[in-house]
Design a protein around this ligand. Structure first.
Ligand code: NAD
Length: 492
């Protein structure tokens, strides 16, 4: 039984004994979902229509309805709510004077019916149910009111429940006590709130489940939290998925980035090249990848620099390249204070199971074949995730506006080297009977358009901002394997 069920049962008991008339009214919670969507005039006066969620508390039903706000003869405001359930229209009315505005102007509850704690329990349930059933589910974001410390600066981090974001947020929160972080994440298959357990109760942290493409929600967040900086990680990030379903990559990575930066521009700027006084220095930091540069030859001197022309080869890298171009154009056309960082392959704790390093470790521990694409000689430049986070921190705070910085670990490794290295470490830390884990390595058909080599020249961020990776591949992979051993050891 969840908290909500327990609460309903308690309430039912109280209600049975309750002699006050109007019990029916008392069983309904309206949650006002924001702006009016219509306006009418009739004989009785003016009517405003707005979407509401109607939660029938005791039988735990949830409906999206329409509320009519009007004045009665005595001048009291009425909320008349209509909602549809199994083809019947239900109606319920509450007088505004009986409705107390709770914390936020957007969430209402009938006066005296529930207290703050009870409201939180209901809110949690509304979020859960709405996300399951309602098409306009992102509107639920309107329930998230700003209770963060007011003296702090509010930074919007997108995609913070993913691999890099969930390493970044705890690091950033700890390093900057004068920042609050609002984490907007849709929790796609790639997002996992367990990654953020360590900070979920931090009073300077707020999680909002929602889509970066939902302009209404993004505007709500900018207004409610008066956002003063954006660090944008949210993306579809797995190349294999972009081959199966490119559309979602274009939507999230291109449309999503456009929506965010456009809302930021409106919130921060008076007109092109003129920031509003209170938003001077507000910065939009876009997290991107070295994959936008295409592929390199095997010549070790051939490296991606910030001047390498873009030549994306997969729908993933093409969508990231497009989003980089949008950010670039907002700097050049509107004078927005932007930063782009293009980073090489990250590895470390909290990465999704689907990615190369977790896949190798998991399959090894499960005694499954360890799949390696093609001849295993594709080269990536590997960077420990916390070194990436430190690079983002430096670029966000010290980078020159409008600039791009490449971040890479100078750790070029072939995929087969990585698989062998992981097997060697596992042989030491978690030995298999008599055999080496290496015997599980199996070459599988290469993916289409698989880029051969990526490698970053990180001189610019090293020389201009003093960034340097703390981990080399050997130290980083050891830490990473220990972390995944904890995660996967039950699987063996
Ligand atoms: P990830 O796939 O682990 O996480 C992405 C997060 O974004 C998830 O939590 C997901 O729920 C969220 N998300 C997806 N669509 C969303 C939407 N429409 N609205 C809101 N949230 C949404 O990715 P990652 O590996 O952490 O990468 C983060 C960023 O860094 C991406 O922009 C990626 O392109 C870039 N990057 C990653 C690497 C790498 O090696 N992982 C390297 C360079 C750059």
């Amino acid at each position: 039984m969840d908290k909500f069920d327990m609460w309903c049962n308690q309430k039912k008991e109280i209600d049975k004994k309750d002699k006050i008339i109007g019990l029916k009214e008392r069983n309904i919670v309206f949650v006002n979902m924001g702006k009016n969507i219509g306006y009418e005039q009739n004989g009785k006066g003016e009517l405003f229509l707005r979407p509401v969620i109607v939660l029938k508390v005791f039988n735990r039903s949830l409906f999206l309805g329409v509320a009519l706000t009007s004045k009665d003869k005595k001048g009291s405001f009425f909320y008349k709510t209509f909602y549809k359930h199994k083809d019947r229209i239900y109606q319920s009315t509450a007088i505004l004077s009986q409705i107390k505005v709770f914390d936020t102007k957007r969430a209402l509850y009938t006066k005296g019916m529930i207290d703050k704690n009870e409201f939180e329990i209901i809110k949690e349930k509304i979020v859960e149910l709405t996300l399951k059933r309602e098409p306009r589910r992102e509107l639920i974001g309107k329930l998230y009111h700003n209770d963060l410390p007011k003296s702090n600066k509010n930074i919007l981090v997108t995609g913070g429940a993913g691999f890099i974001g969930s390493n970044f947020i705890p690091y950033f929160l700890e390093k900057y006590p004068n920042y609050n972080i609002i984490n907007l994440d849709l929790l796609t298959y790639a997002g996992n709130l367990d990654n953020l357990k360590e900070i979920e109760n931090n009073p300077r942290y707020k999680f909002i489940k929602g889509d970066i493409c939902n302009r209404e929600l993004v505007e709500f967040i900018f207004n409610e939290y008066d956002i003063k900086g954006v660090i944008h990680f949210a993306a579809e990030s797995h190349v294999d998925n972009s081959i199966k379903n490119p559309g979602v990559f274009v939507r999230t990575n291109v449309d999503g980035t456009y929506t965010l930066i456009d809302v930021a521009k409106k919130h921060w700027m008076e007109k092109p090249f003129k920031y509003k006084d209170e938003y001077q220095n507000c910065r939009f930091h876009h997290i991107s990848t070295d994959e936008v540069y295409g592929t390199l030859s095997d010549d070790p001197n051939d490296l991606f620099t910030e001047d390498t022309p873009y030549a994306p080869n997969s729908p993933y890298s093409a969508s990231k390249a497009s989003s980089d171009m949008i950010v670039r154009s907002y700097h050049h056309t509107f004078g927005m204070n932007t930063i782009i960082t293009n980073c090489s392959n990250n590895y470390g704790p909290k990465q999704h199971d689907e990615k190369l390093i977790p896949t190798i470790i998991r399959n090894a521990l499960q005694e499954n074949p360890i799949p390696i694409y093609g001849d295993g000689k594709n080269i990536r430049d590997w960077l420990y995730v916390l070194d990436h986070c430190k690079g983002i921190d430096l670029a966000y705070h010290k980078g020159k506006e409008g600039e791009t910085y490449n971040i890479g670990g100078r750790n070029e490794r072939t995929n087969i080297y990585i698989a062998n290295k992981i097997c060697e470490i596992l042989d030491r830390l978690y030995p298999r009977n008599k055999e080496s884990y290496k015997n599980l390595i199996t070459f599988v058909e290469d993916r289409p358009g698989h880029d051969r080599r990526y490698a970053i020249d990180a001189s610019k961020i090293e020389n201009e901002l003093g960034w340097k990776a703390d981990e080399n591949f050997e130290s980083g992979i050891f830490k990473t394997i220990k972390w995944y051993l904890e995660k996967y050891k039950g699987l063996k």
